[in-house]
Ligand binder design. Structure first.
Ligand SMILES: [Zn+2]
Length: 167
């Protein structure tokens, strides 16, 4: 850890400057946003979720909230390197390299919150009794209207210009 973190030369908004903190990266398996999956697979996921909800209703409150694909399994909240982009605020759209036109890969996601009420399965056990605010926002970075900033990179040549999108 640096004794004195480097300061940015120019700051457009204080909400883009992270609090001094320590990273504890974890490797997790993620899955694509449901809206980009083939229709047949989406239908199978819907049927699976409906069956889990019906089972939860049958069992009662003891079972807790049933696990859902979108919030619990596919894309975790929080800062991420790689993985899949969420398209929860817009419909998915192509992110093709402006130079060579190949589909770009997600390089980095900057997210203001590590977990919330809709992503309970990603909440760390050691934080299970804490409220989302302020404990789920250790960096205090706020992107847009509490969204995510996705930075995309060209898989053919990382020197090609990056693209970014807000969700
Ligand atoms: Zn390219």
């Amino acid at each position: 850890m640096l004794g004195t973190p480097p300061l940015p030369q120019l700051v457009g908004s204080d909400s883009y400057v992270p609090e001094t903190c320590v990273l504890h990266p974890e490797q997790v398996r993620t899955y694509p946003f449901a809206g980009v999956l083939p229709e047949e697979l989406c239908a199978r996921l819907d049927a699976w979720e409906e069956a889990r909800e019906a089972e939860a209703e049958r069992v009662g409150d003891d079972a807790g909230e049933p696990v859902g694909y979108q919030y619990d399994l596919s894309i975790p909240p929080g800062w991420r390197v790689g993985g899949f982009a969420s398209w929860h605020r817009t419909d998915p759209y192509p992110m093709d390299c402006p130079t060579c036109k190949v589909p770009m890969d997600l390089l980095l996601t900057i997210d203001g919150s590590e977990w919330d009420g809709g992503s309970g399965s990603w909440k760390p056990l050691e934080e299970r009794d804490l409220a989302p605010h302020p404990f789920a926002m250790p960096t205090k970075v706020v992107v847009g209207r509490h969204g995510e900033l996705n930075v995309f990179v060209c898989p053919a040549d990382p020197g090609h210009p990056h693209l970014w999108g807000l969700q």
